[in-house]
Design a protein around this ligand. Structure first.
Ligand code: HEC
Length: 252
């Protein structure tokens, strides 16, 4: 009776799964690997091309989340051809206003007085460039402030639910592997979840503080590598290892 019990537990590792279960696990692992590859291509095609160069760089991530806030016509002009027409202090006020997304409520009190004093003499004569008109001024002040909060919220929620499912199953299958130190196994299983959290937190931080872009890349890279290690080990043990009589959940 006792011997029987032991044998009953012996199947519980990747090398001894029955064919249908191996086929199920393998199909899932292969399709989710494909999912990772497609996700990689998608990232290259979206974030990757922001700075006009192939490949994902820190600038790409900054442009995607934080935006390109020094790219408005007004700031470019104030740093270039229009630089001599305003004082250092005035230019600072204008540029700061533009970078904060040119809030409407500051125009009348803070912004327009400077424009009237320094720029109107020429610009009120140029209908296309009449920045003493609010609409024209706002058009010139338009900046790319990156991803919108609502889109960021939506992406976060999709990733948190969706990715945790993927990591759950990859980790679950991998938990049946043998010959891997229990602590190491636990770490590998936890890493994708931790990095997923870091990644999403970093999206939000990068939206406001561009230097967190590094964490976006580290986060994504981290969970990709950990998942990939678990997938490869699981596939290898299912198909290339001789059956081992061990219970993967009790032994390693
Ligand atoms: C002496 C006349 C003069 C003054 C003063 C002047 N500008 Fe201009 N500005 C021009 C002319 C002419 C152009 C169009 C040709 C060019 O872009 O250089 C222009 C163009 C611009 C543009 C458009 C650039 C683009 O990319 O289309 C902006 C923005 C601008 N000025 C902002 C300002 C601001 C802000 C001030 C005040 C601090 C100012 N200008 C003061 C003459 C002036």
């Amino acid at each position: 009776m006792e011997k029987n019990n032991n044998q009953g537990m012996n199947w519980l590792n990747l090398t001894k799964l029955t064919l249908p279960v191996k086929v199920l696990f393998t199909s899932y692992l292969l399709i989710s690997s494909l999912g990772f590859i497609v996700a990689g291509v998608l990232i290259l095609l979206t974030h990757g091309l922001y700075d006009g160069k192939f490949g994902v760089s820190i600038d790409d991530i900054v442009y995607s989340y934080y935006g390109k806030r020094d790219g408005s016509k007004l700031e470019v002009a104030l740093r270039g051809s229009m630089k001599p027409y305003a004082t250092e202090e005035e230019r600072k006020i204008l540029i700061d206003w533009v970078r904060r997304g040119a809030p409407d409520e500051e125009i009348d009190k803070k912004i327009m007085p400077i424009i009237q004093k320094r720029c109107a003499s020429c610009h009120s004569q140029m209908p296309e460039l009449d920045i003493t008109k609010k609409e024209v001024l706002k058009q010139m002040a338009e900046v790319d402030t990156g991803i919108s909060i609502s889109r960021l919220t939506k992406l976060s929620h999709i990733h948190l639910f969706g990715m945790s499912f993927i990591f759950m199953f990859i980790g679950f299958i991998f938990s049946f592997s043998i010959g891997i130190n229990r602590i190491l196994k636990s770490v590998l299983i936890a890493v994708p979840f931790v990095f997923q959290f870091i990644d999403i937190l970093a999206w939000w931080l990068t939206k406001f503080l561009p230097w967190f872009a590094w964490f976006v890349i580290a986060g994504g890279f981290g969970y990709f590598v950990a998942s990939w290690i678990m997938i490869v080990i699981s596939l290898y043990q299912m198909w290339f290892m001789k059956p081992v009589n061990k219970n993967s959940w009790l032994w390693d």
